[in-house]
Design a protein around this ligand. Sequence first.
Ligand code: GAL
Length: 689
Amino acid sequence: MFTQLHPQTQTTALGLGTEGLVFGCDYNPEQWTYDTWVEDVALMREAGVNLVAINIFGWSHIEPSPGQYRFDDLDTIIDLLHSQGIGVNLGTGTASPPPWLTTRYPEALPQAADVTTRWPGGRQAYCPSSPVFRDLALRLVRATAERYGDHPAVRLWHVSNELGCHNALCYCDQSAAAFRRWLENRYGAIESLNAAWGTAFWSQRYSTWSEIQPPRTTLSFTNPMQTIDFHRFSSDEQLAQYRAEAEVVRQASSIPVTTNFMVTAHIENLDYWSWADDMDVIANDHYLDHRLDRPHVELSLAADTTRGLAQGEPWLLMEHSTSAVNWQPRNLAKKPGEMVRNTLTHIARGADGVCFFQWRASVKGSEKFHSALMPHAGTQSRVWDESVRLGALVGRLGELKGSRIVADVALVFSWENRWAADLDAHPTSDFSYLDQVHRLYGALWDLGITVDVVAPGAPLDGYSLVVVPSLYLVRDSEAEVVDSFVAQGGTALVTFFSGIVDETDGVRPGGYPGAFRRMLGVRADEFSPLAEGRVVALSDGSTGSLWSEPLELHGAETVTSYADGPLAGHPAVTTNRHGQGHAWYVSTVLEPASLATLVDSVATSAGVTRSRRVDPAHDTTTDSGTGHDVEIVRRTSGDQDWVFVLNHTDEAIAHDIEGYDLVTETALSGRVELAAGGTHVIRQNRKAS
Ligand code: GAL
């Protein structure tokens, strides 16, 4: 019988039956003929593909009418892949219901906040709380798991696909009923809900559970706790679908089970901290977002967050793209070398496998202009050539499988806080939690500091520095972890709008920043957000934007103060000795250069190690020779290190390095050049050096 591999008990290397790293892709054979399958499987071998995700959107193909299963095509493709030694990442097939299902049971369709129906014709058009959807999905999963549960080709079960990507929030009557059950379970008594939701306000008191609705479109601001709890509920509903499918799979199969997360810049409806323990392998999908200033830095943050979800264990990149996607307003092709750098960033930050969406570019449907390993142009193409070279490189990197990343810095990140902190009716609509996270993470990235992303309340032992960007909603117990980390000698860097409310979105009285006041040794009696576009001068000659506070010192010292406006003379940035450690507070949005200077000095005083040292003011290098936008990350195992050097700039750089480069397959020593956009993965033996 299958034993669940929780992160604590996982073996050090991602299993999945491959010798080295996973190099894989999604494949949608339903879109092609048998002859193409045969050709594809041969080409997959040429590209070094060793794991193929199939049956992700297979439902209408394998169950063309209710209860009538047609597994012959799936049998054939699985056997074909197996015959070439390629493993299968087998979808449970439930990602998108077939048209017969929602025609027969229209109540299974999801509804938006204004209770209008979202119709079939796209994908994932089902209500996550629909009992009929759940029953029919589990019937399909049972049939599939019983058929392939011990097939030697199957290495991994892929439950559904990106659960909640489109249907995370459903407001229909079935969802309303499920929401009420969830609330009853959480609060027990209606009066506890009334207290938590603050329904004394605006005549919102509930007498019975049946009066409660999801936060459907209202005339005015909606009760914030109704919205926050609806997010919590919705994340749990999606997880419940995963659990139900995984349980059925596990009754028939001992192969690991997972689903693909969406840890990425814009999708924030699921609290993956509460999902991670249910996964046998943590898997993520990540697409570069060319709308961002520095998409590769966001990619690093996503990868570090995924490693956090895996508690430092190796994880799997289940999807990314070889080149353009199809869903951004302007779908930029990746530049030569960009796919390789993206892939290496994921591996550098803990992935023991990288897969692509998808193998062969569709010729029909809304994803026909999405890139693939095999583009429309076929093998006579840049993308194919780069993909084959990448497959060979990933093959060579097999030796680092199971190695780890060691970080001195923890960054506290919370999806729950994203739901709460960005709500309306707050001090300024210009605030975005993710923006603040990105700013702090970006400053650390620029300094070459590797960061572990951790959940609020996660143990901080072993770190030198904890960074807490705008953690508006925080439980007392979670704030206490940061407090005692500092008291015992650690360093914390906290930014504005932190510690304000508890888990019921109730403001902590007595002044801001609430839960962190004592640790930070400061107090503000109000917020003073800035008018649109306004900046405020600071005593070090720089400026702050978005936010300010009439901060008073209660034990802390001023690092920088406000130099103009109504708050002139008040501290803006402070540091406080708390127990054996230090706690820094930033009460405004610093401009990037001064944030970099601050983070640099906080990290230096905390004794944080870094892969390189950059002078933030001049954007030049003082140690190893590399500059801004050069990413250096180290994976380590025993006496062996692998140093990833990824040049995201358009210029060649020179840096000092010793070791064997697995990219160019040459020994490097002393000052070496790395081409514009180029990469090194350098094996070093720590004993020898
Ligand atoms: C993912 C999804 C894939 C494909 C891809 C396109 O969100 O899982 O099925 O749609 O996006 O970028």
